[in-house]
Design a protein around this ligand. Structure first.
Ligand code: GLC
Ligand code: GLC
Length: 827
């Protein structure tokens, strides 16, 4: 069952009913000002940091759900309604939400009046703009009242939700009904003392009235759906003093039949220099010149429309770097639009603000942000570069990492734990992806601090060396990497035996045996250690490269000797040195992460042989992935391990705290499915790889939206696994490494076009279901037009013809900027 459809022409998802299983959201902004907006207008806005600079308020865990957003109430001759359906919930004659790239357009119609709200954050602005058009679709003249509403948060989102004894006395506003560009409400709580920023909610017309006090607007004991001012149809002119500040304007157009009126509303964030905050210091009046300038840029509908056009053109440009045309429209829309879009959002948000992440708990993750780069770097390489330098600056001198840093301060912290021993190696992954995309080796010479301390600065290459050395220097009894607090799987906590309710598995390390080892980090080291060696080689350091390769080889041998269980790779050795992820166990016999990652790293791949008796023996890589198919694959994707744990295993940590089938305990953790997908392409089994891809990819799941329940246009972190009562139900949509990894899997391995060191590799492995396709890839200034004729035969590899000339191998040498290179690939 569906609740809408894709519009591929406009690159929008069109939600056609308010009654989706859950709020289906979108993100506005991709620079400094961000908003979340649901298909019902819910959500909130912040400037750069969802915790430290929250502009508007949203209540997680609220009943009813998703109330709190930017709303426009209509009062039409006594009939009160909201075009977003919420919060009034009056039936609508027509409802439609179009989520596009950086904008959302919501249209509601009732009783002969249509309201269209177009929300976006203009490029270069620290503001959310709403272009609101009211149209009289009836046969009689109408005089409706349109009333806007936003509720201000008191800046620090955590304090805002907890510290009422202080906060309910501090709110302050200013109102300017006859401002230079219309009417404006200014939110200036704490501006008198240590803040030099304020917010504005304005409309580009002189409003008939305003409100700034929430309780006056809503009325005692009412919900927003019964709010008093919209019912009365007349603003009260309230001035907030403490309690709950809001911004609201009312407008009273007269509309002949068929006539429309359009307003631009702006919610903006402004900063003044600390020593120039006041227009009138004695009377403590905010200097509003910044706001006036902002509002002046959106004073007319033409200006607003021009900003919207610029935003759309911006996205057209971004998405022209990688585009496929195939016979499968679901594939095309995921690759060309939605997956890349989600990569941009995860790059911007990391894991901070979604409908599952409150924007209070987590900053930018070291591990997560590096992986996000893998799916983002081709979009805006300069921002990827800046991000790499920010991340590297939080690395500790011994090569280890703080697990996260705050975007506002860019300083690393221990709040969600540190000592995750996979963290350092992800920096190599991010830098290698950047180098292959851009060829910009100058980044390796950038001086970057360790631990944000300039006195400790060294080159980026030195940072990579310390990442590499960290694994080499932290190995356990089998020569495998020590796991520390956890590896990629946050919930495999082998040095934390927790019996305290509520104790964090991520910040508690109460065992220090130096024994628990990770096969995942081992495979990661083989993959990224080799990339480190390649970087060193290209830097003219053959000895460093050779020494690194010797370490990588030793690790490969250790994995094959101590990490093979018979039919798959082990997951770990625990605190006592017992294997985890072994057939000998009753539960958690096989885990997905080491299977996919080991094969991606090439471990056990080149071993297939024929015995004397003539029988063929498959490689361990093939055996491992066959076991994955047998034991982990479901119709909704591959589960993380099987069987899921049914009892609490104190020696494994958080993983077994989840009920069977959810999250890291037997859930379908979509982030690691692409590792198996890529692994299958390494083995030349494209048909299987593409089959797995379709099981988790949202556009292919759109028809079962009543089961999947989350947005059909973006990946979710998790889909409930086999043992769960709600098998197939997704959670944690949007902010997940699934976005980047699936884009890597589909664009670089299934469709097979990936940046190499010296050229663009063309190596499709997608099986017979996509017989022919073309890809346009722009990289290092040149454009590659690639036409693929694909038999899909297992194991076949493309033969390439470049500008009419057949070439050896599958790497098309990089051409000069401006060149157009035509490639045909036949397999
Ligand atoms: C979440 C975390 C990520 C971790 C994964 C598995 O997605 O953001 O860092 O690797 O869970 O535990
Ligand atoms: C990751 C995991 C989650 C775990 C959390 C702890 O996000 O996905 O299951 O609870 O880390 O911080």
């Amino acid at each position: 069952m569906r609740f809408g459809h894709f519009d591929d022409e406009t690159r929008e998802y069109v939600v056609t009913t308010p009654h989706t299983p859950a709020p289906w959201i979108n993100y506005l902004g991709s620079e400094r000002f961000f908003s979340l907006v649901s298909h019902l207008g819910g959500g909130y806005s912040f400037y750069r940091d969802a915790r430290m600079r929250r502009l508007t308020r949203y209540r997680y865990n609220n009943v009813p759900g998703d109330v709190g957003g930017r709303y426009f109430f209509v009062h039409d001759a006594g009939d009160v309604w909201t075009p977003t359906w919420l919060p009034v919930k009056a039936d609508l004659d027509h409802f439609e939400t179009r989520h596009g790239l950086g904008y959302t357009r919501i249209t509601g119609e009732r009783g002969g009046l249509r309201v269209e709200q177009l929300h976006f954050v203009p490029l270069g602005e620290d503001a959310e703009v709403a272009r609101v058009t009211v149209t009289n679709t009836s046969a009689a003249t109408k005089t409706p009242t349109l009333i806007s509403y936003v509720e201000f948060a008191l800046w620090n989102a955590h304090d805002d939700q907890t510290n009422y004894q202080r906060n309910l006395s501090i709110a302050e506003v200013e109102v300017e009904q006859d401002g230079p560009h219309g009417s404006a409400v200014y939110h200036r709580t704490e501006y008198r003392e240590r803040r030099n920023h304020y917010a504005v909610h304005a409309v580009n017309a002189r409003a008939a009235g305003f409100d700034t006090d929430r309780d006056t607007f809503i009325g005692a004991y009412n919900g927003l759906g019964e709010a008093a001012v919209p019912r009365a149809g007349v603003s009260a002119g309230s001035i907030a003093s403490g309690w709950y500040p809001i911004g609201s304007h009312s407008l009273t157009p007269t509309l002949a039949p068929g006539q429309s009126v359009t307003y631009t509303f702006v919610l903006g964030y402004l900063e003044n220099p600390v020593d120039a905050k006041w227009a009138d210091a004695a009377h403590q009046v905010v200097d509003k010149r910044g706001a006036h300038a902002l509002l002046g840029r959106f004073a007319t509908t033409e200006q607003t429309d021009a900003a919207f056009d610029a935003l759309r053109a911006h996205w057209t440009g971004l998405l022209s770097t990688y585009a496929v045309t195939s016979t499968d429209p679901k594939l095309d829309r995921m690759v060309n639009v939605w997956n890349q879009y989600q990569c941009m959002v995860t790059f911007n948000m990391s894991r901070s603000a979604s409908y599952f992440e409150t924007g209070i708990g987590r900053g930018m993750g070291f591990r997560d942000s590096n992986q996000d780069l893998l799916g983002f770097v081709h979009l805006i390489p300069e921002r990827a570069r800046e991000r790499i330098l920010d991340i590297a600056a939080t690395q500790l001198p011994d090569g280890s990492a703080y697990h996260q840093y705050q975007p506002l301060t860019k300083r690393g912290n221990d709040d969600v734990g540190s000592g995750f021993n996979d963290d350092p190696l992800w920096l190599i992954a991010g830098v290698a992806a950047y180098l292959k995309e851009t060829g910009d080796v100058s980044i390796l010479d950038e001086q970057v601090p360790f631990d944000n301390d300039d006195a400790l600065a060294d080159t980026v290459f030195e940072h990579l060396t310390r990442s590499f050395r960290f694994t080499v220097d932290h190995r356990g009894p089998h020569g495998l990497p020590l796991i520390g607090r956890a590896d990629w799987n946050d919930c495999l906590n082998l040095n934390c035996f927790s019996t305290e309710p509520g104790e964090s598995f991520q910040t508690t390390e109460n065992q220090s045996g130096g024994v628990a080892e990770s096969l995942f980090i081992a495979a990661q080291f083989v993959l990224y250690g080799e990339q480190y060696a390649q970087i060193a080689e290209r830097r003219g350091l053959p000895d460093v490269a050779a020494a690194a390769r010797a370490e990588v080889e030793a690790m490969r041998v250790a994995v094959l000797e101590h990490g093979w269980d018979g039919r798959w790779f082990l997951r770990a050795y625990d605190f006592f040195g017992h294997p985890v992820g072994t057939d000998a166990d009753t539960e958690g016999k096989i885990w997905i992460e080491p299977q996919g990652f080991a094969v991606m790293a090439g471990i056990g791949v080149d071993e297939a042989g024929t015995s004397d008796s003539g029988t063929t023996t498959p490689s361990r890589a093939a055996v491992a992935l066959d076991s994955v198919r047998e034991l982990l694959a479901t119709d909704h994707g591959m589960v993380l391990q099987a069987p899921a744990y049914t009892t609490y295993r104190i020696e494994l940590g958080e993983v077994s705290t989840y009920p069977p089938g959810y999250k890291e305990n037997g859930g379908i953790f979509c982030h690691n499915n692409p590792w198996v997908i890529i692994g299958e392409t390494v083995l030349g089994r494209g048909e299987r790889a593409f089959d797995y891809y379709r099981r988790i990819t949202p556009a292919y799941r759109e028809d079962i939206s009543e089961v999947h329940r989350q947005e059909p246009y973006v990946y979710a972190q998790m889909i409930a696994g086999r043992e769960a009562a709600r098998h197939g139900e997704a959670k944690n949509s949007w902010l997940t490494g699934t976005a980047a990894w699936n884009f890597v899997a589909v664009s670089q391995h299934l469709l097979g076009v990936r940046p190499g060191w010296d050229g663009l590799v063309v190596d499709p492995q997608i099986g017979p279901d996509v017989p022919e396709f073309t890809i346009r890839r722009v990289i290092r200034g040149a454009t590659y037009e690639i036409a693929v004729a694909n038999s899909g035969a297992p194991g076949s590899r493309a033969r390439l013809v470049v500008d009419g000339v057949p070439i050896e191998g599958n790497e098309v040498p990089y051409a000069a900027p401006g060149a157009v290179v035509r490639v045909t690939a036949v397999l």
